[in-house]
Design a protein around this ligand. Structure first.
Ligand code: MSP
Length: 496
């Protein structure tokens, strides 16, 4: 099973274009793997324990669970609106998750990797992490709440896993991608690893340690374990065996937790580390980091209102390459929408439907088996497949759009709207319909709703979701003889 996950988002935050970036990318990837015919399971969810949530709930005069119940809906609704095809939605307050965390802790404990110690120092509440005095000035500059903590904690012997982690990285070259993030993780490990605290006595909103109920589990130990819970750990070993190891898609802010702590925790419990961790950069808005206090977080719904769901998805997948940081700009989004969706793809579809309507009695002809466009398609297919494989959706879509560009050029060269009905015209229109069919499949991970609409308009049965690659992209799949519908523009032009 190909098991893909997003981070679980803090339930007291509202979804914004940053969290949606990870979720949409993971969704596109899951859809791509399903097209390849691979068994795919896609997980997202929410992180519902910890000091931050306890504090917010108190401030709102409700219990933490009541608070989480009322805010989790924002994520569920936002993801539904973005057409996210997750197979499961995990909440860390579910009983199944308590069972998994308890079992994982117990295994690490039994393995001698957990001991009682004391912690005295600084704690960043929004990051749910201990910080060093050296980090304090920067955190204060960002206005993040840092408090003094003094308490008895259980610690996890991370120091014991320095060499095992280095060995793992050595033998798993692609464990963390892209390479720049792998180097970042390796650099951190090589600096020397310090044991980290895995329990708290100062808060009670969390999962109690199985051997000492006065302590609750540190929120990161708890949160990371969600990936095991949703895979059937510990109660369904058959399912777990099929599902695990998984692949995590995360932002660079939580690299240390996923690429250092997490594999060590798993090794300690005798569980294999994840297959891959794909790490992307951060989106800024007008060059500024997004934050609640700066009031510059953009909600997906605001952009969906202007660009539609697929306009939204396409922009972030196409214009924000996976890996480096990127700046969001509304003008850039309009420009890309108009160029790629309204003009290139939208025009191709409407031109084809118009000419087929007026010159082929509305019945789509079959493509020419020897069409020059077949070579363009196979080259783009190969490049797009490789790009999805290395989590480069922007490149995959650029390649897919090359087919559209070539087909529009082909139409402009032959000007079928000026031709008389007959075999020559049929060949040209059949070729264009065939490209539309293949594009509907290849663009489906990014723009699922629009792909399905194209599929239907060119008279095909079912949905591009049922197509299987690479066969579905073989030239000649459009049978001809199908009714082609004109319909309203799929992507109406947007005025800047
Ligand atoms: N709850 C933890 C994660 C636990 S996973 C076991 C957490 N939650 S979060 O709500 O803060 O989400 C962090 C993730 O949201 C980032 O890793 C990234 O995937 C996404 N993003 C949040 N802000 C982002 C940007 N500005 N840009 C891109 N992605 C961003 O950390």
């Amino acid at each position: 099973m190909r098991y893909l996950t997003t981070p679980i988002y803090y339930v007291n935050d509202a979804p914004h274009i940053g969290t949606a970036y990870t979720t949409v990318t993971a969704d596109a990837l899951a859809r791509w793997h399903r097209l390849l015919g691979e068994g795919t399971f896609f997980l997202t969810g929410t992180d519902e324990h910890g000091l931050k949530i306890q504090q917010t709930a108190e401030a709102n005069g409700v219990t933490p669970k009541e608070w989480a119940d009322s805010t989790v809906v924002r994520f569920q609704e936002s993801w539904a609106q973005l057409n996210i095809s997750n197979d499961d939605f995990i909440r860390t307050t579910e009983p199944r998750h308590y069972a998994a965390v308890t079992e994982l802790l117990q295994r690490c404990h039994d393995n001698g990797d957990i001991y009682l110690g004391h912690y005295e120092g600084l704690y960043s509440v929004p990051d749910e992490a201990y910080v060093t005095p050296a980090e304090l000035p920067e955190l204060e500059r960002q206005g993040r709440e840092v408090i003094e903590m003094r308490e008895e904690n259980y610690f996890f012997k991370l120091s014991r896993y320095e060499q095992p982690l280095l060995d793992w990285y050595e033998s798993h070259d692609d464990f963390v991608l892209p390479k720049i993030r792998r180097n970042e993780a390796l650099g951190f490990i090589r600096q020397g690893l310090r044991d980290f605290s895995i329990s708290r006595t100062s808060i009670d909103w969390g999962i109690p340690l199985p051997w000492d109920e006065n302590h609750v589990t540190y929120v990161w130990f708890d949160a990371l374990t969600n990936y095991l819970t949703a895979a059937g750990f510990p109660d369904d070993p058959t399912r777990f065996e099929d599902m695990w190891p998984g692949t995590h898609i995360i932002g660079k802010d939580i690299l240390r937790f996923h690429c250092v702590y997490w594999p060590a925790m798993l090794m300690s419990a005798g569980i294999e580390p994840p297959t891959n961790v794909f790490v992307h950069g951060f989106l800024t808005v007008g060059g500024e980091k997004m934050s609640k206090t700066a009031l510059n977080q953009i909600a997906p719904a605001d952009l969906i209102a202007d660009f539609g769901v697929d306009g939204y998805r396409y922009h972030f997948l196409r214009d924000q390459p996976f890996g480096p940081d990127g700046d969001f700009s509304y003008e850039g989004m309009v420009a890309r929408y108009n160029a790629d969706l309204a003009n290139n793809l939208g025009n191709l579809l409407s031109r084809v439907a118009t000419v087929v309507g007026s010159k082929c009695s509305g019945v789509g002809p079959a493509p020419d088996p020897d069409s020059a466009l077949a070579d363009v398609v196979s080259a783009s297919l190969e490049a797009a497949t490789a790009a999805w494989g290395r989590v480069a959706p922007s490149v995959a879509l650029e390649e897919t759009w090359k087919m559209i560009g070539a087909t529009n050029a082909h139409l402009e060269q032959h000007e079928p709207w000026k031709m008389d009905p007959g075999a020559d015209l049929d060949r040209i229109m059949g070729d264009a319909l065939e490209v539309l069919r293949i594009v509907a499949v290849l663009a489906y991970p990014a723009i699922p709703g629009s792909s399905a609409a194209i599929w239907e308009r060119i008279g095909l049965e079912g949905s591009p979701a049922d197509a299987r690659l690479p066969e579905a992209a073989n030239w000649g799949g459009y049978p001809g003889g199908l009714p082609v519908a004109k319909g309203d523009p799929l992507f109406p032009r947007i005025k800047a």
